[in-house]
Design a protein around this ligand. Structure first.
Ligand code: FES
Length: 151
């Protein structure tokens, strides 16, 4: 079936089965590879994007169910001038990634948090990212990066 998604501020006509997860459409149809496939069952957060500003696990939500939503991916955080988002800059500055696989999901979860609270406490940051897994153990640097971006 064909349907239209609003991704990073642009309408995108896609052709996919009714139950195709958003992650597959983003990566395979639209060439947006920021969101990663980790567990595929909503447990790790590597595939996190924003749906109307709210974190969404894109690996198991059918894309066709999101036609009324504004989807934002990691690629969509850049400014119109191409500059990296403050979170992206801060993650680089703090060397928050080790293997880096979880980082897109971490950044998107952090973007959702900063969207509702400009200066979250450390406890609020840790709570907001609690369900995003990092197997390298980079959590402390990730928290520092978010604190830096929130300054
Ligand atoms: Fe979606 Fe793990 S890949 S939550």
């Amino acid at each position: 079936m064909a349907f239209t998604l609003n991704v990073n501020g642009k309408p995108q006509v896609v052709e996919a089965e009714e139950d195709t997860p958003l992650l597959y459409v983003l990566r395979d149809e639209l060439g947006l590879n920021g969101a990663k496939y980790g567990c595929g069952v909503g447990q790790c957060g590597a595939c996190t994007v924003l749906s109307d500003g709210v974190p969404l696990r894109s690996c198991f939500v059918p894309a066709a169910s999101l036609t009324a939503r504004k989807i934002t991916t990691l690629e969509g955080l850049r400014g119109a001038d191409g500059k990296l988002h403050a979170l992206q800059q801060a993650f680089l500055a703090e060397q928050a990634g080790q293997c880096g696989y979880c980082i897109p999901g971490m950044i998107m979860a952090a973007a959702a948090l900063l969207g509702v609270k400009a200066r979250p406490s450390e406890a609020e940051i840790r709570a907001a990212l609690d369900a995003n897994l990092c197997r390298c153990g980079s959590h402390n640097r990730i928290v520092r990066a978010i604190q830096r971006a929130a300054q």
